[in-house]
Design a protein around this ligand. Structure first.
Ligand SMILES: [Zn+2]
Ligand SMILES: [Zn+2]
Length: 267
């Protein structure tokens, strides 16, 4: 593994650029893509301001910073984004991405109808049927994300598996729908190590093994992301991902495929 397509900086909820670049280099990477969180959600406009989550306004400054950082390292740095996807926001996201002109765009479903996929959201009072309905809605959004053709990368396809109350509710039918959508799209799923290891909730790569198999059965290829937020994440996750790639035989798609218009050959 030489390229990590998914890391964060202090332009969203990660650490300072110099610390992240040094740590990526120390972990043996040749290239790292910084994909800071970006949301255009009006519903959380106030929260975004309060928590300084304004990458839609600060991405040009980060671009200047990455140019400075690139002069100080041998690493290749990519200027990317991790965009919150909502079906209703497609026109706004499309206009924003066309204008911002990132090296590539990562799309994520982090919430559905205002409810977060993460463990800090309680589903304790939700019935089994409600949980299953939420997971159905989550995968509807993932399929819509892929079919929108707005993104180069689909992040952590089965993020719901990270939630204790939603884990295990992903079905073959969900996996099949997402895999078929990706097989027919320019959007490439990511192997994401963000929840693997000691620092994650579970020792979990996204997507889980049956999901990876569903993609591979349809000739879909992957890119690889550590989802590092802190410098020490690289040292932990890069070797983990290397072992994972060794064991599974997954060969990541060269990152050049995200940057140009070249067709993405099947594995
Ligand atoms: Zn994410
Ligand atoms: Zn991320």
């Amino acid at each position: 593994m030489t390229v990590d397509v998914h890391a964060h900086t202090s332009y969203s909820d990660g650490s300072g650029i110099p610390l992240m670049v040094d740590a990526a280099e120390a972990a043996g990477l040749d290239a790292v893509g910084f994909a800071d969180h970006c949301s255009l959600s009006e519903a959380w406009r106030d929260e975004r301001l309060l928590w300084n989550r304004n990458f839609d306004r600060t991405h040009e400054r980060r671009r200047e910073a990455l140019a400075i950082a690139a002069d100080r390292t041998d690493l290749t740095l990519y200027d990317a984004v991790e965009m919150d996807y909502e079906p209703e926001l497609e026109p706004a996201i499309g206009a924003f991405l066309a204008d911002a002109d990132f090296d590539y765009a990562v799309g994520s479903v982090h919430y559905v109808a205002g409810r977060q996929v993460f463990p800090f959201e309680s589903f304790d009072d939700a019935s089994g049927a409600e949980r299953r309905a939420f997971v159905d809605d989550y995968y509807d959004a993932v399929v819509a994300l892929v079919e929108s053709e707005l993104f180069d990368v689909l992040a952590h396809a089965d993020l719901v598996e990270n939630h204790p109350a939603l884990r295990g509710l992903t079905t073959d039918a969900h996996r099949e729908r997402v895999a078929v959508a990706c097989a027919n799209s320019r959007t490439v799923p990511e192997i994401n190590a963000g929840r693997a290891g000691d620092r994650g909730e579970f020792d979990l790569f996204h997507p889980t093994e049956p999901f990876v198999d569903a993609f591979r059965d349809r000739g879909v290829r992957f890119v690889v992301g550590t989802d590092s937020h802190d410098p020490e994440d690289f040292a932990d996750r890069v070797p983990r991902l290397e072992r994972y790639l060794d064991e599974t035989g997954v060969e990541p798609l060269p990152v050049d495929a995200l940057l140009g218009d070249s067709p993405r050959a099947a594995e």
